[in-house]
Design a binder for this molecule. Sequence first.
Ligand SMILES: NC(=O)c1ccc[n+]([C@@H]2O[C@H](COP(=O)([O-])OP(=O)(O)OC[C@H]3O[C@@H](n4cnc5c(N)ncnc54)[C@H](O)[C@@H]3O)[C@@H](O)[C@H]2O)c1
Length: 263
Amino acid sequence: MILKGKKGLIFGALNDQSIAWQVAEQCIAEGAEIVLTNAPVAFRLGTVKTLSTQLNSPLIAADATKVEDLEQLVTQTMAHFGGKFDFVLHSIGMSLNIRKNKPYTDLDYGYMQQSFDISAISFHKLMKVLYEKDAVNEWGSILALSYIGAQRAFPHYHEMSEAKALLESFARSFGYHFGKDKKIRVNTISQSPTATTAGTGITGFDKFLEHSAKMSPLGNAPALDCAKYCISLFSDYTRYVTMQNLFHDGGFSTTGMSLEFME
Ligand SMILES: NC(=O)c1ccc[n+]([C@@H]2O[C@H](COP(=O)([O-])OP(=O)(O)OC[C@H]3O[C@@H](n4cnc5c(N)ncnc54)[C@H](O)[C@@H]3O)[C@@H](O)[C@H]2O)c1
């Protein structure tokens, strides 16, 4: 029970395929108390209410692009816990251009702005609110989920590549201030492609999965293992890890050629 006595706030559990769903379950299994949150629309589209009941954890609606929603969420979370908490997971991503099937060479810039706001700027907004409200305990951990599209070109990943690059940069830059001023760490985990609602929305996602499974000596990392890695980063075993983008990808990011492609 490596999270015994710890309290955390988990964004992004939509349904039982969501990475955040697995993280929430693992948090409880490891002895933590959690508050769940998602955008109001996700309450209708997904099954997060079921998770809240199953885990006996409160569920609070917040659109992560709205600072006022985040302020209310953090205030209510602190009221529930009777003070500060220890860890936060930002597990939010969406591209309007992918949804609308726009080609990368002709993106809609309004959609692009929204994609950046939902997938990356929301992380800065969240950290600003956590910082100003002094909501996280010393040696606490703030974490977001990323993808290697931040560093490499993937044709159908669209402006999510730039959104993830921005997200990882916010983790570094805000991580400096959180470390210096509050002794809190901020990191991103760069996860293998995973069959979730966000993942399968990408054109040719099956090929993503297949290709990266072949390129990764350990194969694609499943959502449950990603959740376990998140738990290690919430725990006291990783107190000095901060401002990092940590690959959880079965070795994909450092493999140049795979035997599967040579046979
Ligand atoms: N699935 C993959 O292949 C993969 C790989 C690497 C990283 N990731 C990242 O993991 C994270 C979680 O995605 P997932 O794969 O579990 O998919 P998912 O679709 O289950 O989760 C995405 C979540 O974002 C939430 N969201 C969207 N707009 C929001 C808003 N305005 N406010 C609050 N929440 C909002 C959705 O309701 C949903 O719960 C994302 O950051 C995603 O980019 C996914």
